[in-house]
Design a protein around this ligand. Structure first.
Ligand code: ADP
Ligand code: G3P
Length: 514
């Protein structure tokens, strides 16, 4: 009997790690998920333990395989594994010992704000964006690595001794899952490398001028080799877990993976993922487009010649994390899924606008001196109003990003494909459609990020041979949300949001910046 083949996907997100197994039809057959600890040592700082990222992934693989085998399958049916990950989060380790030298600095971490402020005065700062696709800010990995080199003695020492290795979470996982220094597999893919500020967005190679500008000496720090997002050999294989020996053949930053999982293979398609943050990626085709309106240029995926695409990206730093904040810091609700219930106790936000700038505001505004601010509170304000204002904040920022995208691309979008934890809420998706004035399309199977990683891995080993092989994947159970308010009303709400954004500028002055 020929047993069907399956592909596994490691999804290492900001708040949890997951392992999922997909059939050749793209159906998710087994999954295991674990949350891990977040560390906030100071206001604006956000760290994770690199060892815990690895151990949570390994536990997820084992938990998922147990479930898979309970269904009557065998682990040998999993022929390849893909990795997708939170991007920009920076890990540094000693390449001789394989040990992390500092906690991972998470993409949301704003500690490098002062450093970035100084870098903005350095000659040539204005040219960085067109070379690497990213604005100089606390968000990409570059400023996080510079901060570590200036402030973490162990990192500085390893740099001086030439034993320092740098990577984003994909590189760290691949390195550790391959057994660390024994094999020393130190690689990344262009979707992740395009988030560092070290890669040239045209050539997809490290750019010596960029590294020189940041004063990073390549002889003193090992950077991961940039290889394709789908590759049968470059990523090695798992040396531990129930899938020991299985090859890792796909690697995509999570937002690129979601675009792939939503089958956004051709120019003009877009998706918006509402996870810890929220990220809208719009496929612009095989040539990069540099934004003039506050968006990022990123690699959508690199599946080899003729299958390499770029995207314009709108990044929102705080989305699902604002919901978690209401749960954990304010105790308004006991789980994120109750947000909609609380928000539905009231008809609207009662005049409140919440600018959820916990790490400053990202696209399209890039205001690093703003912090979370609620406007319009009166004696009338109830928790439900704040809940509504919280969910509306992500929808307003998405609306602002879409306006910028329309200006950059010259083409208005007519439908938004969505996924991520927050999109489970019908109220949020309806609000989104109301604000943007066109349909929001939510798939039945929402693990599109993991599906994208599985697709990248499956392409490398011939599980799928062309995009056309995937045309029937994840088409069932879609929900379409259509606008229910007038354009005039949406415009009025948006004008109030823009006013609030403007008023949130400059909250942190130079003296207060850490
Ligand atoms: N029903 C819901 N309504 C609103 N927010 C939700 C809901 N379910 C989950 N979330 C939010 O979604 C986020 C988790 O989404 P997920 O896509 O798993 O994130 P990540 O990949 O960043 O770890 C959490 O921040 C959580 O607060
Ligand atoms: O973990 P997510 O889904 O919020 O995604 C994190 C992004 O990759 C950060 O750029």
């Amino acid at each position: 009997m020929i047993r069907p083949t399956f592909v596994g996907a490691i999804d290492q997100g900001t708040t949890s790690s997951r392992f999922l197994i997909f059939s050749q039809k793209g159906d998710m057959v087994a999954t295991h998920q674990l949350e891990f600890q977040q560390h906030y040592p100071h206001s604006g700082w956000h760290e994770q333990d690199p060892e815990e990222l690895v151990s949570s992934v390994e536990a997820c693989v084992n938990g998922c395989i147990a479930e898979f085998e309970n269904q009557g399958h065998t682990r040998e049916q999993v022929v390849a594994v893909g990795i997708t990950n939170q991007r920009e989060t920076t890990v540094v380790w000693d390449k001789t010992t394989g040990k992390a030298l500092h906690n991972a600095i998470v993409w949301t971490d704003a500690r490098s704000q002062e450093l970035v402020r100084k870098l903005k005065h350095r000659i040539g700062s204005g040219e960085l964006n067109s070379r690497c696709g990213l604005p100089l800010s606390t968000y990409p990995s570059a400023s996080k690595l510079l901060w570590l080199l200036e402030n973490a003695p162990a990192v500085k020492d390893a740099y001086e001794r030439g034993t320092l290795a740098f990577g984003t979470v994909d590189s760290w996982l691949v390195y550790k899952l391959n057994g660390g220094p024994a094999r020393n597999i130190h690689v990344t893919d262009p979707t992740n490398a395009s988030r560092t500020m070290f890669m040239n967005i045209e050539t997809l190679e490290y750019d010596d001028d960029l590294l020189d500008w940041f004063r990073i000496d390549r002889k003193k720090v090992a950077l991961p080799k940039i290889v394709r997002s789908s590759d049968p050999k470059a990523y090695g294989s798992l040396t531990m877990t129930a899938l020991k020996g299985v090859r890792i053949t796909g690697c995509l930053g999570d937002q690129s993976a979601a675009l792939v999982g939503q089958k956004g293979f051709t120019a003009g398609l877009a998706k918006n993922t509402y996870g810890t943050g929220c990220f809208l990626l719009y496929n612009v085709g095989p040539k990069p487009v540099i934004s003039k309106h506050g968006l990022l240029t990123t690699v959508a995926f690199d599946f080899g010649e003729g299958k390499r695409m770029y995207a314009l990206e709108g990044s929102i730093a705080t989305a699902g994390s604002s919901v978690t904040f209401l749960v954990e810091n304010f105790g308004f609700i006991d789980s994120p899924s109750k947000l909609s219930v609380l928000a539905e106790e009231v008809e609207d936000s009662g005049g409140c606008t919440f600018v959820t700038a916990f790490s400053g505001l990202f696209a399209p505004y890039w205001i690093d001196d703003a912090r979370g601010t609620i406007f319009g509170i009166t004696a009338y304000t109830k928790r439900g109003h704040i809940a509504r204002a919280t969910l509306e904040a992500t929808c307003f920022q998405t609306q602002a990003i879409l306006k910028a995208m329309e200006k950059d691309s010259g083409k208005p979008l007519t439908e938004l494909r969505v996924d991520g934890g927050m999109c489970a809420s019908d109220l949020i998706m309806q609000t989104q459609s109301d604000f943007i004035g066109f349909p929001v399309n939510r798939p039945g199977m929402r693990e599109t990020t993991a599906l994208g990683a599985a697709m990248a891995a499956g392409f490398a080993v011939g599980v799928w041979k062309s995009f056309d092989d995937l045309k029937d994947v994840n088409n069932d159970g879609r929900t379409i949300f259509r606008p229910q308010i007038s354009e005039k009303e949406a415009r009025k709400k948006f004008a109030r949001w823009e006013k609030a954004v403007d008023m949130s500028r400059g909250w942190l002055n130079e003296v207060e910046v850490q």
